[in-house]
Ligand binder design. Structure first.
Ligand SMILES: *Cc1c(COP(=O)(O)O)cnc(C)c1O
Length: 237
């Protein structure tokens, strides 16, 4: 077994354990493999081990890999900061976007989604921890944006995403993830049904699953350490 294959199995086992401990079904948590900075060969290997959904953070890097892996029916997700001049490429090449945090970006993605494709699935990125340098919108603006995004014709609003400030303290991790869940519940009471909570990365996914994550975004625990730290979490496009 290759390292990627065995890492993937270990991550799947850990997801199942965390779900079971939380009284949830492991089937209710899907695994998104974050392949930014890793090669098409590494992605191919993970695909052969049964992983079908992959996420990228940088548009040009992603387009190169999508082309190189065009023979595989991979579902591509975009999770990085979105600049206006990149919305067309995202609308044309991805199934889902997790990092929508402005109406202007949502409108462009909807307008640029090709007619022959199903609606672009989107999550709104929320800045739970309130760090100035991070992407994502303030929690108190989410309801208003969500109502507008839900009206856009070529988008399908699926849920919320967050990247909390990194912490080794499980209680702090859970508190941040609980805030995103509460926000989802609040929208639910306002009549907006969202089925996705995209939260949890390699260092904190068990806490995210305990708080209701339906999709965890995991890179280094599958593919190994990246060459540069915290990439994609900063403002580096
Ligand atoms: C890089 C990244 C991940 C994965 O991080 P790991 O620590 O490698 O699991 C998840 N979400 C976002 C938004 C990222 O940029």
């Amino acid at each position: 077994m290759t390292t990627i294959t065995s890492n993937l199995q270990a991550v799947r086992d850990a997801i199942a354990t965390a779900a079971t401990e939380a009284g949830r079904s492991p089937d209710d948590v899907s695994l998104l493999a974050v392949s930014k900075t890793f090669t098409p060969d590494a992605i191919r290997e993970a695909y052969q081990a049964g992983q079908t959904c992959f996420a990228e953070s940088y548009v040009q890097e992603a387009l190169n890999k999508i082309a190189a892996l065009g023979d595989l029916p991979i579902e591509w997700h975009f999770i990085g900061p979105i600049q206006s001049n990149k919305t067309r490429a995202i609308a044309e090449h991805f199934a889902r976007v997790h990092s929508v945090d402005r109406l202007k970006i949502a409108e462009r993605l909807s307008a640029q989604r090709p007619a022959h494709l199903p609606p672009l699935q989107v999550c709104l990125q929320v800045n739970i921890s309130g760090e100035a340098s991070k992407s994502g919108m303030p929690p108190d603006e989410v309801a208003q944006l969500a109502m507008k995004v839900a009206q856009l014709p070529h988008l399908n609003l699926r849920g919320l995403m967050t990247v909390p400030a990194p912490s080794d303290d499980v209680a702090a991790q859970r508190a941040a993830f609980a805030q995103l869940r509460e926000l989802r519940d609040q929208l639910d009471r306002q009549g907006l049904r969202l089925d996705t909570l995209s939260m949890g990365m390699s260092h904190d996914f068990p806490a995210a699953i305990a708080e209701g994550a339906t999709m965890v975004r995991i890179g280094s625990a599958i593919f190994g350490a990246r060459d540069y730290p915290q990439d994609g979490l900063s403002n580096n496009p």
